[in-house]
Design a protein around this ligand. Structure first.
Ligand code: AP5
Ligand code: MG
Length: 215
């Protein structure tokens, strides 16, 4: 089963994708994580995308479609979670073509609805374990007092993202409403869209997503 988690910055896509990986053996394909890895690796592509990402703008369709194509060609899975991809109509069309080429289908698009005020509060309070990527939040899931990650148990550095500030977030939200939100209508028209209330507790959102996948 291949699914898209669709939602604005801070909607909880990464948080929920990790559950699906752990509990259902699905493979998370997060273009944001791939781009951050490219940035950290110091490659030419990494340098190109670093500035764009820090500002909160979208990286070109060509780059992100290339990243997804490479993953689909090399990774074997019977369930991909597309997290943060597609983000434009051109990316959505490309994904459809790539899946068709592989003889696969897109089974569900889950839109995670969260209002803007909550998004800002979540994003400015977020940090992640530098080792395993476990996501924390100063308000709802603080870093343990002993400094050891609850997932990997190690005392790694807890990182904050360069684009997790109010200024970049404004651009990220604007990009979402201008370029990504048209995908809601696109997938609705295809009969693939299900909305989930992303404002509830993490466990309630998880249950709502499970409800969509298990029906
Ligand atoms: P990307 O990494 O995809 O970031 P994003 O879409 O802005 O989303 P986030 O990762 O910020 O949020 P999330 O929904 O994963 O939330 P999370 O679970 O962490 O993209 C970054 C950049 O890369 C883009 O701006 C762009 O430049 C580039 N890029 C990436 N893909 C691209 C593409 N396809 N095309 C072009 N450019 C692309 O949760 C957030 C916080 O909230 C955490 O602290 C978490 O603990 C907390 N939280 C989660 N759920 C709940 C809940 N239910 N209640 C309370 N707190 C919660
Ligand atoms: Mg994320």
């Amino acid at each position: 089963m291949n699914i898209i988690l669709l939602g604005p910055p801070g909607a909880g896509k990464g948080t929920q994708a990790r559950f699906l990986v752990e509990e259902r053996g699905m493979v998370q394909l997060s273009t944001g994580d791939m781009l951050r890895a490219a940035k950290d690796s110091g490659t030419e592509m990494g340098q190109i995308v670093a500035d764009v990402m820090a500002r909160g703008a979208l990286v070109t369709d060509e780059i992100v479609i290339g990243l997804i194509r490479e993953q689909l060609e090399t990774v074997q899975s019977n369930g991909f979670i597309f997290d943060g991809f597609p983000r434009t109509l051109a990316q959505a069309d490309a994904l459809s073509d790539l899946l068709t080429e592989k003889g696969q289908t897109l089974d569900a698009v889950i839109e995670m609805e969260v209002d803007d005020e909550a998004l800002v509060a979540r994003i400015v309070a977020r940090s992640t374990c530098g080792g395993c990527g476990e996501v924390y939040n100063d308000n709802t899931k603080p870093i343990p007092a002993d400094g050891k990650c609850t997932n990997c148990g190690k005392e790694n550095e807890f990182k904050r993202r360069a684009d997790d500030n109010e200024e970049s977030l404004k651009t990220r939200l604007m990009e979402y409403y201008k370029k990504t939100s048209p995908l809601i209508g696109y997938y609705y028209a295809k009969g693939q869209l299900t909305k989930v209330n992303g404002l509830g507790e993490i466990v309630d959102v998880k249950a709502a997503i499970a409800g969509v996948l298990d029906t």
